[in-house]
Design a protein around this ligand. Structure first.
Ligand code: GAR
Length: 221
């Protein structure tokens, strides 16, 4: 049986929050498969927090500790997800690596969007790296978050052409537009439609889908 109650999502973000906006707009028109109950952010003055506030969605900035590329202690972040009974976490421009404290309870329940056609151009600057490499086609990827960065099974991808004369800005604008269409639809499919996992492949059309995963331990005790 696929879950029929609305899924409770949290968005993890660090910056502008345009993907958060696309996800929240989809949720409002009941096209996401659930509701966004929480935004967690590692940058206290990030615009995504204003966007969340404008939409009446709780925005929190748990402590990040001493490091730049990871959270020193993930437990306060897990506690916030627990307190809000979150089922599925959506990373949307969250620029820190995650580790077992968050990844284990949300195995299969944490998605990310990356601005390239993975496995090409993983890392912090997927757009700039693709442009510098000279590829003619790049794009964006929605994938499950696992401990290796930008490496989890792929849920959905969209291709974006690189045009002669593209600058980083013009290419980024085209990729962001593709992300805003791809991410909400990929999330809806992942939480609402049947799928099964075959090795690294997520095969849609049959299988228990999200309902086949153990409940997010944090949310349901
Ligand atoms: C997006 O392009 C997203 O794919 C990228 O950060 C941007 C966030 O924009 N994420 C990564 O590069 C993760 N490795 P937004 O804050 O406007 O959604």
């Amino acid at each position: 049986m696929l879950a029929s109650r609305p899924v409770r999502f949290a968005v993890l973000a660090s910056g502008a929050g345009s993907n958060f906006e696309a996800l929240a707009a989809a949720a409002e028109r009941e096209a996401l498969g659930g509701t966004i109950a929480l935004v967690l952010c590692d940058v206290p003055d990030a615009p995504v927090l204003d966007r969340a506030a404008r939409r009446g969605i709780a925005g929190l900035t748990p402590p990040v500790g001493r490091f730049r590329t990871r959270l020193e202690d993930e437990r306060p972040w897990l506690d916030a997800l627990t307190a809000h009974a979150i089922d599925v976490v959506l990373c949307a421009g969250f620029m820190r690596r995650l580790h077992a404290t968050l990844l284990t309870p949300f195995a299969g329940r944490m998605l990310n969007i990356h601005p390239s056609l993975l496995p090409s151009f993983a890392g912090r600057d997927g757009i700039g790296d693709a442009l510098a490499h000279g590829v003619r086609v790049t794009g964006c990827t929605v994938h499950l978050v696992e401990s290796e960065v930008d490496s989890g099974p792929i849920v959905a991808q969209a291709a974006v052409p690189v045009l002669d004369g593209d600058t980083r800005e013009s290419l980024a604008a085209r990729i962001h537009a593709a992300e805003h269409a791809l991410y909400p639809e990929a999330v809806r499919r992942y939480v609402r439609e049947p799928w099964r996992r075959e090795g690294r492949r997520i095969v849609f059309g049959e299988g228990a889908g999200l309902a086949g995963l153990p409940a997010a331990e944090v949310a349901h005790g």
